[in-house]
Design a protein around this ligand. Structure first.
Ligand code: NAP
Length: 512
């Protein structure tokens, strides 16, 4: 293909340098697919683990499983790793992989457009050196399912005069000591940061819309002996990893088939409440009225004691507006309004998940953006990875690949393997274009919807970010992770429409 001035040709353009993008870079490199570039809007690798620096940020998946299978880390300090340690791990893996020379940091993808005639994606990026254009054979998007903060739409929020920031964009310059702080949200991020804040703030109001089931966290540090064993005894760490994996997988039937088994989790949750909170009225406020597992099950030993502390109030009346220096709630039963003054407002209100913003920037065949296509019927992708109408696009952590019970890194590695197999198959067969057929994608989606029906996410009686505007769960994988891996274990080209390379055909004709 002739080069266009200012445009770089690459085989693969990887979006994001988090766990997904990094794994894709490493595994493509190992497979000899070395002509790639990784575009990362942040200043370093690590993705969510580089960006989420809120106090108390830790992983709620055990460390032994929250790492790549090809880069075990015998040095984890605790059963559940802190953010900084996970980020340092990704940095080390990246450095040792020898792929960092192809990472471009502080650079965002502006848009990507499928160019039929070229059989390539034309991708525009913007970074310190201005706008750059790439012509890429494939795009491998590892842009993250939980990366775009969702700010609450509350009247007057833009008029708030104090410091305000999202949990995923923590402002470390704001001193919270002695301040009146408000936290909106009681999800996975809030339950980690609230206990940390409680120790330093003057007063904190925690605004809860829906309580979550929170069970105890079996937290402890690994001893020096354990770490030596992980490092020196062949197979020891892998055996523990397998045990953790199997233990987590054993929970799947309760999520996917028999939600009534979740009563055992609810019992644990109630005991956790009773242990952490003295006041019966507060206990009642934090007790969910839906089946455990319907929303993500959270783990913490410190959440309830923090809510019980003298300098913390849990507010459950709906927020009606925010003024320059206060939050106003209205009691729906009595109509009584209360105004609570605030110096610093932390919004721990989650992310855009079922309408990922990156989809607005990707234009496939027929000039339609991925956002337009998904707006019609919800997110859908063949095997959670490839999308009809968007040739040569691979979405890591795509529709119905997320988990509520185990490590996303297992899923990411499964998808990356599929991508690498696809790249190898394309090269072997001289294919320039692969695109899943509509029939294959529809059959995959129909099967997911069928399996979703009895799950706790559909039947548990809650509203959650797992569900889209149509009420469909387009985020989670409804089964064991090994079945997902099995489905993606080989690249099934028979489910794809394919095109040979026009340009090599033209070249052959010229050379003949
Ligand atoms: P989240 O689970 O979506 O929680 C958002 C919270 O904000 C919910 O309590 C929600 O209430 C509340 N909220 C949203 N809009 C609101 C509004 N307008 N007014 C009042 N309250 C509002 O977000 P997150 O806590 O950031 O966690 C997101 C996901 O990130 C987690 O589920 C998990 O997958 C991941 N995460 C993982 C870890 C880890 O340890 N590995 C840590 C943090 C996050 P409703 O429940 O009523 O919607």
């Amino acid at each position: 293909m002739s080069a266009t001035p200012g445009r770089s040709n690459v085989d693969h353009l990887i979006v994001g340098a988090g766990f997904a993008g990094l794994a894709a870079a490493i595994k493509l490199d190992e497979a000899g697919e070395r002509d790639f570039v990784v575009i990362e809007k942040d200043s370093d690798v690590g993705g969510t683990w580089h960006i989420n620096t809120y106090p108390g940020a830790e992983c709620d998946v055990p460390s032994q499983l929250y790492s790549y299978s090809f880069a075990l880390n015998p040095h984890w300090s605790k059963v559940y790793s802190p953010q900084q340690e996970i980020w340092a791990y990704t940095r080390k893996v990246a450095e040792e992989s020898g792929t960092l020379d192809r990472f471009v940091f502080d650079t965002a993808v502006l848009d990507a457009r499928w160019e039929e005639g070229l059989q390539r994606w034309i991708v525009r990026t913007e970074g310190p050196d201005g706008v750059q254009e790439y012509a890429a054979r494939t795009i491998i998007s590892g842009s993250g399912g939980l990366s775009e903060p969702r700010l609450p739409e509350i009247e007057g929020i833009e008029d708030f005069q104090g410091a305000i920031f999202h949990s995923a964009r923590w402002d470390h310059d704001v001193d919270l000591a002695g301040k009146r702080v408000a936290v909106i949200g009681t999800g996975a991020s809030a339950i980690q940061l609230v206990p940390e804040l409680q120790r330093v703030v003057g007063h904190m109001d925690v605004y809860q819309r829906t309580p979550n089931w929170v069970i105890p966290r079996n937290e402890r540090s690994f001893s020096a002996l354990e770490r030596t064993v992980f490092e020196k005894v062949p197979g020891a760490q892998r055996a523990l990893r397998s045990l953790v994996y199997a233990t987590l997988e054993a929970r799947v039937p309760a999520f996917a088939r028999f939600p009534q088994l979740m009563r055992a989790v609810e019992l644990q949750g109630r005991r956790n409440i009773a242990k952490g909170i003295r006041d019966p009225e507060l206990r009642a406020k934090v007790t969910p009225d839906y089946r455990a597992g319907c929303k993500r099950i959270l783990i913490s030993n410190r959440w309830y004691p923090a809510l019980d502390a003298d300098n913390v109030d849990l507010v459950t009346e709906p927020i009606t507006k925010i003024t320059g220096d206060a939050i106003v709630t209205t009691d729906p039963a009595t109509g009584a309004t209360v105004e609570r003054p605030v110096d610093v407002l932390v919004v721990a209100t989650g992310f855009y998940v079922t309408e990922p913003p990156i989809a607005q920037h990707i234009t496939g065949r027929a000039g339609r953006t991925l956002a337009d296509v998904w707006d019609d019927g919800g997110m859908a992708a063949y095997k959670g990875t490839t999308i009809h109408g968007f040739p040569n696009l691979f979405q890591i952590v795509g529709p119905n690949t997320a988990l509520g019970h185990s490590s996303m890194i297992f899923i990411i590695e499964s998808q990356v393997r599929y991508v690498v197999e696809a790249a190898k198959a394309m090269r072997r067969a001289g294919l320039a274009v692969i695109e899943p057929t509509q029939a294959a994608q529809d059959a995959w989606t129909a099967e997911i919807r069928r399996r979703m029906r009895p799950t706790v996410w559909q039947t548990g009686g809650c509203a959650s970010w797992y569900l889209d505007k149509f009420g469909n769960n387009t985020t989670l994988w409804p089964g064991q992770t090994f079945t997902f891996r099995h489905h993606l274990s080989r690249f099934d080209v028979d489910k794809y429409d394919v095109e040979a390379d026009h340009h090599s055909t033209q070249r052959e004709a010229v050379n003949a």
